[in-house]
Write a protein that binds this ligand. Structure first.
Ligand SMILES: [Fe+2]
Length: 309
């Protein structure tokens, strides 16, 4: 009995129409109720109007009402009030203003997508066929929401809310700067990093494999080179292939594949990486642009910080 997934997020943006069009192009499907869905995760993104871009809320799936009672007790020990009706719990993280919801819901079925056959030295696994990544033509559809990353002006307090309060586990850390936390077997579902202003850094969406990362980003950049942020590369912490793009509000959205999974908590050894070590970010790929850590609108967000939350 425990937390089992990052179910959804609510993003606040100044213009929900242009942002919505971007996420439909990104591969999410808009429903009649206004939610944006992935193929395996269902309704996972909601856009609401906000003067400054921000993470309004996130929702986490849990197995049992007992999980909610345990979270309520832990939050209470931190001096944080939680509202619960036994099936749903809501509490607000005081520093960032993010509303965290935990809902009792069944674990969604996750269809296993067969691995792409790669030829290699002494291995002609594909036989007499072209690589699947070369012949694919359809639009890239994210399978699920993977993680959300927020900047916090008090990283330690925000992190404590999610770990000691909600019950996420820490998979890895960058000393004093960032905590990679999971509420599922994914290496990270929520990441809180220290920042001069509270803001949403990026959302991340799982696709089938590295070819889909490349195909998705390439298509998004056609006619929109300004959307490019950073990619294609492979992260060190989490191990995933990544390509980051920018939505019209300034939020980064990441296509990823092949993230580490922690299938047995006892076997995973969390590491603490020294702050400022570029190797913690990148195993290979283009150098990280400075605007990745400090987005170009950071100064504007700081000036208008009173408007959010
Ligand atoms: Fe990411």
């Amino acid at each position: 009995m425990s937390l089992h997934r990052l179910a959804s997020i609510t993003l606040g943006v100044p213009d929900v129409v242009t942002a919505g069009a971007y996420y439909e192009e990104f591969g999410l499907s808009k429903g009649a109720d206004g939610w944006y869905s992935t193929t395996d995760g269902g309704r996972q993104l909601r856009l609401v109007r906000s003067p400054a871009r921000r993470l309004v809320g996130l929702s986490i799936g849990a197995d049992s009402p007992d999980d909610l009672y345990a979270i309520t007790r832990r939050l209470s020990r931190l001096g944080i009030d939680a509202r619960t009706d036994g099936r749903r719990l809501v509490a607000t993280e005081a520093v960032t203003g993010v509303e965290a919801e935990v809902v009792v819901e069944p674990r969604p079925a996750r269809p296993a997508v067969p691995a792409t056959a790669f030829n290699g030295p002494g291995r002609d696994e594909r036989g007499a066929t072209r690589a699947p990544g070369v012949v694919r033509e359809g639009i890239v559809r994210p399978r699920k929401l993977g993680h959300v990353v927020i900047g916090s002006t008090d990283q330690e307090t925000s992190r404590r809310f999610f770990t000691d309060g909600i019950g996420l586990k820490v998979s890895d850390e960058i000393a004093g700067v960032a905590a990679f936390m999971r509420c599922s077997t994914d290496h990270h579902n929520v990441l809180v990093q220290s920042a001069p202003v509270n803001f949403v850094h990026h959302t991340s969406w799982e696709v089938d494999d590295v070819d889909e990362v490349g195909r998705g980003a390439t298509r998004m950049l056609e006619g929109h080179p300004e959307r490019h942020v950073w990619g294609l590369g492979r992260h060190t912490v989490g191990s995933n292939f990544f390509w980051y793009l920018r939505d019209p509000a300034g939020n980064f959205s990441e296509y990823y594949s092949d993230l580490d999974c922690v299938v047995d908590d006892a076997l995973w050894k969390p590491a603490v990486w020294p702050s400022g070590d570029p190797k913690s970010f990148l195993t290979w790929g283009p150098p990280m642009p400075p605007s990745f850590i400090e987005p170009e609108d950071l100064a504007a967000l700081m000036t208008g910080a009173h408007a959010s939350p």
